[in-house]
Design a protein around this ligand. Sequence first.
Ligand code: HEM
Length: 307
Amino acid sequence: MSLKPQNVTDYPNINTIFQVWKFKENLEIQDSFQRLCALVLNLNNSVVNRFPDSRASCIIGIGFEAWKRLGLKEPLPKELENFTEIKGDKHTAISTFGDLHFHFRADDYSICFDMAIEISKILTPVAESIEEIRGFKYWDNRSVLGFVDGTENPHGKDRDVFAIIGDEDVGYSGGSYLFVQKYLHNMDAWRGLSTEDQEKIIGRSKENDIEMSDEVKPDNSHIALANIGDDLKIVRDNMPFGRPSSNEFGTYFISYASSFSTTRKMLENMFVGNPKGNYDRILDFSTAKTGSLFFVPSKDLLDEFSG
Ligand code: HEM
């Protein structure tokens, strides 16, 4: 059965807000959650109608603990669990808590802002905000490290294939596994490298975004380790963020995948290394400060959840 997915395969937009929420203890949350699901469906319909060219959307992801506490559908999505940390010799992909994740996208920041306000009105009485990041398109889709990000993402129909669950988990088709990590970059150290050395860390040229040949590309470059094969892809929508006056610069890594094990395999390659010890050099300049897994139900399932 093909169910209507949330907007997980949309292309990156110019403005984004990411929010992570934690439900307060000992409170009745069912009613708020039902209203939230209805609101998400409503907001998406409304922005498409009001601003058809804005490519605006709002996506809700639900964490493992929230799913259980809310007593949502059983059995659970096959790979929904609390993310368990991945520890390499030098770097760790830590696991942090999150009950709900929101991903707001639009060309005009005002649209993201207003959608976030409506969601927050429902959630503030019953949940604490544990993260709110404003991401933006930096030049031609560059991360703050100065390299174009997103080039080898799947395109066209491949986006559906790699981001959306099909028949492999009956009951959850149209859904997706959302994994997020907030990275902070050591920009002083990064800027201290020559462009040539930075290129060896990413595996692509900086100015024109050309991939290095296999003979030249170092085994510990980011793309050598993150590329785990043509059949194992995810849809990424990373966004830069930062506060220059506080010397805080980061990348909000966000991915949608039809199977979480694909994302996890990439993380293992990056953090543990392949072979073990040959870890991703990007991590010497980028620290994962969060790491959480969420399930993004289809719009049809959200409709069921809305009561
Ligand atoms: C590729 C940046 C974290 C998976 C890239 C590229 C850049 C980049 C600049 C090359 C252009 C492209 O194809 O998109 C970053 C930054 C990160 C980060 C700044 C955070 C510090 C991650 C993580 C994963 C990942 C955590 C997986 C869990 C990938 C994949 C590719 C890629 C699959 C494409 C590889 C290929 O097939 O060539 N990333 N990335 N990235 N990244 Fe990341």
